[in-house]
Design a protein around this ligand. Sequence first.
Ligand code: ADP
Length: 431
Amino acid sequence: MPFWAGPLLRILTLIVVALAVGLFLDDATGWALLAAGLAAGYAYHLIQLGRLTRWLDRTRWENAVAVPESSGEWGDAFAALYRLRREELAGRERLSDSLERLSQAAEALPDGIVLLDAMKRIEWCNSVATRHLGIDAVQDRGMPITHLVREPVFTAYVQDEGKVDPVVLKSTSPPVRTLSLSMIPFAESGRLLISRDITAIELADTMRRDFVANVSHELRTPLTVIVGFLEGLAAGDVVASPNLARHHALMYEQALRMERLVRDLLALSALDDTQPPANEDVVDIPALLATLVEEGTALSGGKHKLTLEIAAGNFYGSREELRSAFSNLISNAVRYSPEGGDIALRWVLRDGLPVFEVADNGIGIATDHIPRLTERFYRVDKGRSSATGGTGLGLAIAKHVLIRHQGKLEIESTPGKGSTFRAVFPKARLS
Ligand code: ADP
């Protein structure tokens, strides 16, 4: 039965009764009865409407489900409201359960998590983040994150949206720890800041580096002594028998190799341990390259043709570090090119950026190896590397130096045709 059938039936009954009264008694009584009936109906609906309004008001503040008792159409309407209300409360409970589980999961994470809005203001953080970054989860809500973490590198990181590498911060106040902070975009304009405690990793890394540096340092003196004696022996012609001469030559060669290894390991640990070079020292690159060409020619023994093109000027950086990086690239070109090879050195501007390029037409490198060449001790052909005095550390040193000058190493190579190693620096380093 449709909801209007009941009220319609009641009004029709009232009209019929009023008509009957009008017919059998008098008109006025009939009209009066109709008016009284309509007024009573109106009053009844007003009362129900009042109960509904009061209930709606109450439910805004209370979680109560109970609706006013009623019958007829109002009873149906209240029953429908009751069902709606119950579903809404159940939905709300499910939502709050999920939220609770989510925040428990965020609390259980070993990393600090801070939710930031589009203006990088704090919306929420877990308790690890409060410990890592000294944030008060309640009081600091709505504060820009850069007001609380005030390290300049972090501010720069937050402003430079495109930066992908996490920023590393060391806290100076106890407990001393090293944090790695990374920011990830989420939702439409929000940001997720993740703080990770890398103190233990850093410590292990420092211990490893210190160990290598100490061992290399300790080996340097005995090696110098051994090499000195072996040289003396050769010079003094003490090595008389052919066997002894052969052993002596082997000892001397291996001692020199160890000396080169120790030298490169020490160079790498110096790069690891010191601050990147400031932008203040001007390096006369054309002069530096002229010296390096001489050294390269000496290493080649005249077996290769080295050419030098200079089309860029001086440079801000560390002369010693650049010398070491460039000389490694040149010595590789000599060592990995057969006799008669051409080696072109260029110090030029490419798209406005200063670039040092070494192009050879030597043995080349298969594509698979290229991404791994700058790993420490990675060599395509171990035999050739050792035979030509390589340590497997040259490109690692070169890459390290370039990173310290905000540059990058690009490698292009075709097996059998040759290789081009390109050190690309930022414009700001040009003097
Ligand atoms: P190494 O002391 O062995 O030369 P590097 O780190 O300088 O160590 O180079 C790593 C490897 O990259 C080398 O062993 C060699 O296989 C390859 N390589 C480097 N430069 C060249 C080049 N110009 N041509 C061919 N191969 C090269």
